[in-house]
Design a protein around this ligand. Sequence first.
Ligand code: GLN
Ligand code: ZN
Length: 757
Amino acid sequence: MITTHNLGFPRIGARRELKFAQEAFWKGEVSAEELNITARDLRRRHWQQQSSMALAPLGDFSLYDQVLDMSVTLGHLPARARDTGGSELDRYFRVARGRSANDSACCAIHAGEMTKWFDTNYHYIVPEFDRATRFRLNPQRLLAQLAEARAQGVSAKPVIIGPVTYLWLGKSKDDSDRLALLDDLLRVYAELLTLLADQGVDWVQIDEPALVTELDGDWRHAFHLAYHQLKACPVRLLLTTYFGELRENLQLACELPVAGLHVDAVSAASEVSRVADWLPVHKVLSLGVINGRNVWKTDLQATLDWLEPLHQRLGERLWLAPSCSLLHVPVDLAAETAMDPDIRSWLAFAVQKLDELHVLARALEHGRGAVAEPLAQNASAIASRRQSPRVHNPEVTRAIAAITPELGGRQSSFAQRLETQTQHLKLPAFPTTTIGSFPQTREIRHTRLQYRKGELNEREYTARIREEIAHCVREQEALGLDVLVHGEAERNDMVEYFGEQLDGYTFSQFGWVQSYGSRCVKPPILFGDIQRPKAMTVAWTEYAQSLTDKPMKGMLTGPVTILNWSFVRDDQPRKDTCLQLTLAIRAEVLDLERAGVRIIQIDEAALREGLPLRQSDWQSYLDWAIEAFRISANGVSDSTQIHTHMCYSEFNDIIEAIARMDADVITIETSRSDMELLDAFKGFQYPNDIGPGVYDIHSPNIPEQRHMVSLLEKAAQRIPPERLWVNPDCGLKTRHWEEVIPALRAMVEAAHSLRVS
Ligand code: GLN
Ligand code: ZN
């Protein structure tokens, strides 16, 4: 018997039922009871969809976030939430998002910090620790779900975050050592595991993905301590790792005294045989053989080729699972009836991935003949994708082969370019600009929707968007901004907009993936060689430029950001896919230049997000990512000014790589951290122009001119004032015009006051 199991299932629901229920609850439109009914129905349906698994996960469902759930289970919510009244659910949502349903100002608190879950696009609520932190078991959620699973006849294994990873994920608020809390934490874990055993639970999945990161001696020691102590608990632990290779932690992971180990056989494929060699013979080896991070079908025959010998060797000790929780993929491909059937035949969402797992298990157990038909179907889909002319475009292959290192370099040094640009652009000191988008009003969204539905023809649509552009340009002129933008009214999303115009992309209708809480994203699917059939942005920018004598910035999304925010192909390295995107953006840059656009901004909002989990792998990523940006931008003449924009100020540790991008101007988010970014300039002279965002666009508050001036004065202590630009933190699309006008007016005045002083 092969044991198949799943590590976690997407919880938002195939039609985002959870999102709508959460949001309705927060608005006070449905009761807690109704929210819980939706949640229970979803769990029930999801267990049905996992019925082919010997063990389904339990406790992976969450009303907001699984890390926050674990904090609740450990009786560990931030102190500020503790006495805010209401129900446990109210306190939970207050930590998650600052407030619960119908909260008056008195019970609203500042929400827990949110940060990226390893290298995924999922964000979790960071546990907050201090010296006084004590844990207390609160097992209700798990016990209730256990009862539900039992009532439904589901054989389920509880999923919890392991104690070391839990501490690793959190932040100390008083600089005390998180590991000092381990003892107290282990006491509660032992209580929890014993309680689960009392309830008849046999296996518990204990997630320790921290094992795929670089750990120092203290953290490695914590693993020893923790698992030697938990060994006494009367349940079997499946120590679960995912998202990467174990490398120097491989031996540690194999040796910890648990009943089984799960490794990600997709991202750590090269380690599987070593793990099989090292793992003591009494332990289960669970292999994550189906990729839980992408949307492609698995090549089942190829997987069986290497799995069969391993199965012969390990017998029942071998378990099969997806590589990680399926949280990171959409629910069900069956809903995608509008998708091109060829492309659709190459894809697998969560439900289909479990089908694949089931086929693999049967093939191992009963021989490939027992699943001849699904195997044949799979083989033909794999072959069709491999050979498809829609995937492989010889022209693109030739263009990539023709890339030379010179493509990445500008004609002259920054100093020389600056001279030429200054002559052409005639900008004042402290030039003012914005990051690109202006408010996406209801009218704008409605116009785009009507166009998509065919209710507006091309001509009518163009006329309406032009009106929006004209309005946006007028407003910017009235404000006295120096470098204008067209406002991005035609763009629904900065990646999707480009994906839609590039060959090699397709889109799902329901392919939602949770990003955090109720926020879901629908990443476009990059399936084939990327080619740009025609210019994508030139007409809008040209029109905008025709309305003003001020310089108009052309706005593009950079190749690395397009890559990082898409589901990308798995049949070539990410780097190669990125290069193809790079050539498409480069061609667009050159078209804009030819059309007379003097300033071109290439947003790399997600550049930092793509950093690998281990710092030792950063350099190779940064090398190709920065090169991609340079190739996309640097075909222009000296007089064309290249801007880039990045979100998140946390890049002190990669500032040298950012300097290598050699953009003439970079604008970055930093106002909220009070110019913390400037720390990076202590030891490093950033050579080019820089616009540290002077106000936070995520907040509806109107920034004070005085505050912005003081931020800029602070900036001028580290950066030569003649290198400074004045701009908000990020795009303004989520704001209202009533907020944007006074905010930008104050910003322009701040710049003026610096010019005279
Ligand atoms: N140009 C984009 C905008 O203004 C940049 C968005 C971003 O950085 N996330 O909306
Ligand atoms: Zn931004």
